[in-house]
Design a protein around this ligand. Structure first.
Ligand code: FES
Ligand SMILES: [Fe+2]
Length: 426
């Protein structure tokens, strides 16, 4: 049963838990910029890593993230007045600034000073790429903000979708660590519908359908680790290699082919039983077809809760009459993933599972994450935190000659892109 205990260790994200402490050592998504469009606008409730918080953009535009409940008697600051210098609680007028200091207690006599000693939990925020990111760890361990290369892109070169999922974040992230499932779950069964991936800018997905038993390779990197899925190619003497680059603590560049729009996935663990996924589609060279992306992934949702209409109660609107055209009977790759992951329950009992060869990357990651917990405990450096890292990473999906090592796939892809500039690509 040790394996299940270890798994549970990786799923618990609240304050004082080992994984909660590891995740708090990184900048993680807390909200979408669109949730706080105006300076001085309504504060937003944020539940992140099991903590109830409230985020706000003050009338001068500065961002703050503080514990939701007022340090006086616990009224929610989400109802508060958003004033210059902080949030003012409606109940008795206490004012709390973005650093967590209580700066006014108007119902107390002027000589009262006890509130000055209160330290209300607060966390720094950073806004980039349409996302508001939080750092919830010890100030002395705050890493540099990771300069992901897509952060400076704007629509139509950037499309960020956020979607709720009623499972532990790890149950979701393990889908990103599993290159074997698309041959089944994401398969369209007729040629016409397969074109939906092309419409969304991902013709390369069609190639993986050629071989449902990829060889999976994993190797650790300074960012976290890299996964390769190597399949037979339709082309003579070639193999089809898909590379997934993972960056700590739970970011992934999903494999994508030459000149295709890229996908960066990020997670927001709400608590131990629920999360949001961020799908960040980007293409520096050409505009994204947002309608096609929404159609293909099915992840169009809206604030405040970003919940899809499809959920476990309605069996994700699975339509068995469509199963002759689509393997799952569920439309949208994101919803197909959510359906399988929610169908397990919020946190599955891993002592009941039977891992095979195709689960190699899941096994690799679980071991790696447990080691990182020990490394953190021992004060060792953590991946993705070396200040020398440039965060220039990407996935790849291309044919390379059979006799070349899979590690060369990205180089081959970039060579192909140089030889066939985007303007001449299909
Ligand atoms: S509960 Fe907030 S000021 Fe009293
Ligand atoms: Fe998937």
């Amino acid at each position: 049963m040790a394996a299940q205990d270890d798994y549970m260790t990786l799923t618990r994200v609240g304050p004082g838990t080992p994984m909660g402490a590891l995740l708090r050592r990184y900048w993680i998504p807390a909200a979408m910029s669109e949730q706080m469009p105006e300076a001085g606008g309504a504060p937003v409730r944020v539940r992140l890593l099991g903590e109830n918080l409230v985020a706000f953009r003050d009338p001068e535009g500065a961002l703050g993230l503080v514990k939701e409940h007022c340090p006086h008697r616990g009224a929610s600051l989400a109802y508060g007045r958003n004033e210059v210098g902080g949030l003012r609680c409606l109940y008795h007028g206490w004012k709390i600034n973005a650093q967590g200091s209580v700066i006014e207690t108007p119902a107390e006599p002027p000589e009262s000073t006890f509130a000055k000693r209160i330290c209300h939990p607060s966390y720094p925020l950073h806004e980039a790429g349409g996302i508001i990111w939080a750092y919830m760890g010890p100030p002395e361990h705050m890493p540099r903000f990771p300069r992901f290369p897509w952060l400076d892109l704007k629509p139509p070169h950037l499309l960020v979708a956020k979607i709720y999922q009623a499972t532990n974040y790890l149950q979701g992230y393990e889908g990103d660590l599993d290159p074997a499932h698309p041959n089944f779950l994401h398969r369209d069964l007729d040629v016409e519908e397969n074109a939906s991936w092309g419409g969304a800018g991902w013709n390369s997905v069609l190639q993986l359908m050629n071989d449902s038993t990829p060889q999976i390779h994993c190797e650790e990197t300074p960012y976290l680790f890299r996964v390769a899925a190597v399949r037979r190619s339709r082309a003579h003497n070639m193999k089809y290699v898909r590379i997934f680059e993972h960056c700590a603590p739970f970011y992934s560049y999903i494999a994508s082919g030459p000149h295709e729009m890229q996908l960066f996935k990020a997670w927001h663990p709400i608590d131990d039983n629920s999360c949001y996924t961020f799908y960040i589609h980007f293409d520096p060279h050409k505009p994204i077809d947002a309608a096609a992306a929404y159609r293909n992934w099915g992840h169009r949702t809206s604030p405040p809760d970003y919940r899809p209409a499809q959920n476990i109660e309605n069996m994700h609107l699975q339509d068995r009459a469509r199963m002759h055209r689509n393997f799952s009977g569920i439309d949208g790759a994101a919803l197909q993933d959510i359906a399988m992951q929610e169908s397990m329950g919020a946190v599955y009992d891993r002592s009941e599972e039977h891992l095979g060869i195709s689960d190699k990357a899941v096994i690799f990651y679980r071991r790696l994450a447990l080691r990182l917990l020990r490394d953190m405990e021992e004060g060792k450096p953590l991946p993705g935190q070396d200040s020398e890292l440039d965060f220039i990473q990407r996935g790849a999906a291309c044919d390379i000659p059979d006799d070349r090592p899979w590690q060369e796939a990205l180089r081959w892809q970039e060579q192909y892109e140089r030889a066939h500039p985007a303007s001449s690509a299909a």
